[in-house]
Design a protein around this ligand. Sequence first.
Ligand SMILES: [Fe+2]
Length: 298
Amino acid sequence: MNTFFQPTPAAPLLFFGGPYSNLEALLALLERAAEFGIPDRNLLCTGDLVAYCADPQAVVDVFRARNLAVVQGNCEESLGTGSDDCGCGFDPGSACDVLSAQWYRYASANLDLHSRAWMRGLPAQIAFSWGGRRWLAVHGTSRQQNRFLFASANKAQLAAELPQDTDIVVAGHCGIPFTRRVRSQLWHNAGVIGMPANDGTRRVWFSVAEERRESIVISTRALSYDAESASRKMQGEGLCAYAEALLSGLWPSTDVLPQAEQTAGGVPLAFDPVHYPEGCGRTGARASNLFNSEVESI
Ligand SMILES: [Fe+2]
């Protein structure tokens, strides 16, 4: 049994990824969790605490002070081991590569040794049971921490990353939320809170899983927060490209995105609740977009 995440069955789960050094977004998320009545022990982060924004140390301090569960992201691994880059695996010389060098340098200079040691000790994945289902939380995939798996992945690609002994995988890393059914399993990415989802809005994303009778209902939810303050601090630190992205809702580089996600850029996201297993209590109109689970386009 894992010792990193032991949620109470008496409250929903809350999943989120990529705080990315965005303290304002993290504090707003914790307020929302309190509004929902979700205790800290039921919050699970899929990693990348530290990246583009201005408050790497403060974000880590919040996680440690509140003992929030987190899967080790490539950023934690890289900063924890003193690596030269963020470990995203961007193509050398690409826009993502050049931009990541800037924020990684800033993050490295603004994070203490205790935090780095703590990052090294984070789990690469967390398996747990909740609501009668077997869950696995990972960063990229269970086999590769820095693999980008997007909504446009085909079923074979998703199936290869879904362990047989798991009902629902909760992943992070790619920055845009989506949920896909593959046979009797579910792949769920809650998105990130530290950066908009390249949908042209300032909103960031998280999800809530609730148990209803015999099923699990996962709702992907938007979070609004004080993006102006976060962006202003970044401008002051010279983190300008991503400071603008907090306000425009558009990424400064989309090199990493597959063609389908590039085409969908700038279109506001919308999600319907996902019921697991399939067919339990699904009602109402479905939002139609690449990232919505009920769209089986590929
Ligand atoms: Fe990542």
